[in-house]
Design a protein. Structure first.
Lengths: 263, 328
């Protein structure tokens, strides 16, 4: 079987994110990296392959993004993917969640995966929902925030936390699963894998190549329009100090609590 | 006419509070754009009796579309809402948040080629349309969403919509028989709502010592328990989802989007980053203290007293100091 893993390039967590006032979009310049949540999806694919209960023939990393996004694909390959697919096209810029999910589904259609894995959230977009959009376009079942995944005959047995506690769900393949960051501890790539990543097959495709309807993507094709930004209500800033001498720190905390009659 | 459709989640014979809030919000906003608010419920017939469904009228629902179907899964609900909207032409769908709301709203957006905005904290009527406020970039900015096309989908942040009683138990119940799509039927609920671990009460506590991944492992929670013990009286230990998923602490102690909402007199976070999904469950605490070694941790943005430092050094001494103070 074939597993496709969705990966995204995001601004490094240490870089301050901001909105570019001239375009109203997120400023995506600066240091960039593979979305850390996606490393858990790659690791989940690797564990399915190594677990042996399923015959995994191929793991394919898939991304939609500008040219620079190849770096996320290289990282994904260094973590274990066999090859990658890069959907890149100027017409996709400014796509909202629904349009991004549609475009990714079109790219995935050409791979006909048995399983699509993705991360619980992107570090920049934080929509938590791409998986559910992709799944419905692919006419596949979808579950998000999965923290345990086991092979159960011709199906997967999954666990995740929903509103009333933990749910266990059995799902027949093909399916789209987003994994939570508690599902596994991603491995580090070996130096050899990092060096070899650029030599693994990487295919770049355009919107037309995968049959995307141009009226459904990009800023114009998106059904949500955002361009107006506001400041949140101001909140009085709290007091923050560094612990240099722990006895003094503790005394300060205690005084603060006593002042407020909390002890 | 701009009608609003709301999905109402239920469990164990009761409706979800955030879903009821979504009806209240949907009814109020629909009225401002010349429409009404209807609800959708999906489940085993016995769990959704006529009286229970009619009671949604109290929060402002005009009609309740009821379909027999599996509970706790998103895609069957997408099938039902798709059908209702295709027949009745609702202009907006509103969800109260929570995991299922996110999944259903996103699936419905795909199905009906609609726009969707999540984590919405406020909805307003403007020029005959609804617009939605969504905080972004760690709540430092608010982005305003407007919708194009036939359907706009709004997924609220939990606790964003207040539950308000405005009417009586007179919502009209409309039964639907829906043919589910094959992919909706590929998933089957095996067990739902497992609690995992001790049953602890954190909602009633005056002081909560909340622990996160920074505690290092399950044993690290003993430090939190000792500190809570030093406060004495009505103090308890709470946790983040990360540590509950890792099995360090029981689910009943979890604060946040898929856990409890608390507002103690004192909330003290040890080794918690302050993710939005955690924050939504504790932000109305009266006093917020945070100990974290990372000066850039988001929790410092909304704490009243923040200490940048190693909790392994601070917690034991703080426990000792509070014990001494209490004894003296
Ligand atoms: C749909 C959805 C629902 C969710 N629901 C919930 C929910 O209900 N509740 C919830 O809590 N989360 C929820 N989450 C998860 C949430 O996004 C965060 O992942 C989680 O809250 C992080 O937990 P944490 O703060 O313990 O861990 P981390 O984010 O890993 O933070 C650990 C912190 O500890 C600090 N630290 C480490 N060592 C030390 C030390 N020695 N001394 C001091 N500080 C130290 C680090 O600097 C770091 O800031 C949900 C996520 C999603 C996507
Ligand atoms: N442009 C993209 N290309 C590939 N995968 C993506 C893209 N955007 C989001 N994803 C995947 O969807 C997951 C959830 O992202 P989000 O819904 O934006 O929070 C991420 O962890 C990625 O696996």
């Amino acid at each position: 079987m074939k597993i496709c893993v969705l990966v995204k390039e995001v601004p490094d967590a240490a870089v301050e994110k901001r909105i570019d006032p001239s375009t109203g979009r997120m400023d995506r310049s600066g240091e960039r990296n593979l979305n850390p949540y996606d490393t858990h999806a790659i690791e989940a694919a690797m564990q399915l392959r190594e677990g042996g209960a399923l015959q995994v023939d191929e793991i394919v990393a898939v991304t939609m993004g500008p040219e620079s996004a190849v770096r996320a694909l290289h990282k994904a390959v260094s973590l274990g993917a066999d090859r990658s697919l890069h959907l890149s096209d100027g017409s996709l810029a400014g796509s909202d969640v629904a349009a991004t999910g549609y475009a990714l589904a079109k790219a995935l259609e050409r791979e006909s995966p048995d399983l699509v894995l993705l991360g619980q959230q992107s570090d920049d977009g934080e929509c938590y929902t791409i998986g559910a959009v992709v799944a419905d376009h692919l006419r596949m079942p979808s579950l998000t925030q999965v923290v345990k995944l086991e092979v159960d005959g011709d199906a997967l047995r999954l666990e995740r936390q929903a509103e009333y506690g933990y749910d266990t769900v059995r799902v027949k393949l093909p399916a789209v699963i987003s994994v939570g960051d508690a599902i596994n501890e991603p491995r580090y790539p070996s130096l050899k894998a990092i060096m070899g990543a650029k030599k693994k097959p990487l295919e770049m495709v355009s919107a037309v190549d995968v049959g995307i309807d141009a009226s459904l993507v990009g800023a114009d094709g998106s059904r949500v329009h955002c361009g107006e930004f506001k400041e949140p209500p101001a909140k009085a800033a709290g007091q923050v100090f560094e612990d240099e001498n722990t006895d003094e720190t503790v005394a300060k905390i205690v005084d603060w609590l006593v002042e407020r009659k909390l002890i | 006419m701009s009608d609003v459709l709301v999905y109402v989640l239920h469990y164990d014979g009761a409706f979800n509070k955030n879903s009821l809030g979504a009806i209240s919000e949907g009814a109020a906003r629909a009225a401002e754009v010349g429409g009404a608010c209807d609800a959708v419920v999906v489940g085993a017939g016995a769990s959704l009796g006529d009286d229970l469904c009619r009671s949604l009228g109290r929060y402002g629902a005009r009609r309740v579309f009821r379909a027999e179907g599996p509970e706790g899964l998103a895609q069957p609900v997408v099938d039902v809402m798709d059908r209702v909207i295709s027949e009745h032409g609702h202009r907006y769908a509103i969800f109260g948040g929570g995991l299922l709301g996110f999944e259903i709203g996103a699936g419905l957006a795909a199905r009906r080629r609609a726009g969707v905005t999540m984590e919405v904290t406020a909805v307003r009527a403007q020029d005959g349309e609804l617009v939605a406020d969504r905080p972004i970039l760690g709540d430092t900015k608010i982005s305003v969403s407007r919708y194009r096309g036939e359907l706009g989908i709004i997924i609220g942040r939990i606790n964003a919509f207040e539950v308000r009683e405005v009417g009586g138990d007179q919502a009209e119940v409309v039964d639907l028989s829906v043919e589910y799509s094959p992919w909706s039927m590929q998933a089957e609920m095996v067990t739902r709502g497992e609690q995992r671990g001790a049953d602890i009460d954190i909602e009633g506590a005056d002081v909560l010592v909340a622990g996160g991944r920074g505690l290092g492992n399950a044993e690290g929670f003993q430090m939190a328990e000792q500190l809570a013990g030093a406060f004495g009286g009505n103090a308890a230990v709470a946790a983040t989802r990360a540590v509950v998923d890792a099995g360090w602490y029981p689910y009943a102690a979890q604060i946040g989007q898929t856990g409890k909402t608390v507002s103690p007199k004192l909330y003290l976070a040890a080794g918690i980053s302050g993710a939005i999904q955690h924050k939504v469950g504790m932000q109305s605490s009266e006093n917020i203290v945070a100990i974290n070694k990372d000066p850039n941790a988001p929790i410092f943005e909304f704490s009243d007293l923040g200490v940048v430092g190693d909790l392994n050094k601070i917690l034991p001494k703080l426990t000792e100091a509070i014990r001494t103070r209490k004894a003296g």
